[in-house]
Write a protein of this length. Sequence first.
Length: 271
Amino acid sequence: MPTFPLTLVVMTYNEAKSIARCLDSVPFALEKVVIDSGSTDDTIAIAQAHGARVVHQDWLGFGPQRNFATTQCSHDWILALDADEYLSPELIAELEQRLPQLMASDNCAVILRRATIYMGAPMRWYLPSMGEKMARLFHRDRARWADVRVHESLRFDGPSVTLAARFNHENNPSLPQKQLKVLRYAELKCRDWLEKGKPVRMWQTPFVFALAFIKDYFFRLAFLDGWRGFVIAQTAASYAAYKRMRYYEMRRNPASLESATEALTRHGIDR
């Protein structure tokens, strides 16, 4: 199989169960780099056994961590995946065919479509899980990740292309793991709001919950995926409401910041 002057970069923290699948799904990358923030399981050993160079970096937040990862890559073109993501055979074939032309172009980024596996099976109808468009392949001199703690996105001002085939995302092996991630993401988002001085609007919370559920369950077709669709819509709505409740608490009781950080760190949710 041909290889290309491209770096696959993956950020990890205790991803021993999934890192090998992720790394092995990109056979055409000339370099594979894992940015690890202190794993205590076998993540590092497995990554090295599957051809990756491992770099330790204490956790900086999602955006800053991804930008640090970019500095550790040897090649200008970078493919960024999460450890629980992996390329499909169809996307591998499409990339092998189109990479030479793409890498010689003046494109800033390549938009990939992500399909989600939820509760052990692919989602069939829920629109964000059927082909969510994400900029994951990019030229490092033409794009940069937003410097935010969570929900980072790739920023670029120039041409891009979108590929047809999808890559896969195993969205949390269990519901408790999903809830722990929701808790962590909400905390990080609220810290960003606090730094920016975002106004507190608690009165919006009941409406935000209802509108978020309606949007996902009906307009994004989650209801067609049965009870899994109900769960995913309810989780999204609860996340939208919880962020606002937690931010209200941060502003009303600043001491909760320290106590929450200590508890989340003690339980391995934050680091």
